[in-house]
Design a protein around this ligand. Structure first.
Ligand code: FES
Length: 115
């Protein structure tokens, strides 16, 4: 197992409320994920709903509910706590998105991935 960093974005390019999708290699499988700034806290999750294994955003990079309090899956409306990734309403309730580890170094956000 080796650890490596994948550069995702500059901190200044991801203000509160912003999200950015990315692809990374998870043990040989290309996996889609997203980075988000939730009120100043940077988080990243695999972009796969806990209800059905499809993306939350249906490809438009729009993850937050209108009030910015939660992430929402466009297909059946499961909503998620952006900090923990836990589904707090809808058909996926009680399960959690897969959270990914981040580090910030010299103003750059990296996925800090063990493989
Ligand atoms: S696929 Fe996300 S709520 Fe059903």
């Amino acid at each position: 197992m080796s650890s490596h960093r994948i550069s995702l974005a500059r901190v200044e390019d991801l203000p509160p409320g912003a999200t950015k999708k990315f692809i990374f290699d998870a043990n040989g499988r290309k996996t889609e994920a997203f980075l988000a700034n939730f009120r100043g806290e940077l988080v990243a999750f695999v972009n796969r709903c806990v209800h059905l294994p499809i993306t939350l955003d249906l490809d438009d990079n729009d993850f937050f509910t209108g009030d910015g309090n939660l992430f929402v899956c466009k297909t059946h409306g499961s909503v998620y706590d952006p900090k923990a990734g836990k589904c707090v309403g809808g058909p996926g309730q009680g399960k959690s998105l897969e959270r990914l580890p981040l580090v910030v170094d010299a103003g750059v956000i990296y996925l800090d991935w063990d493989e």
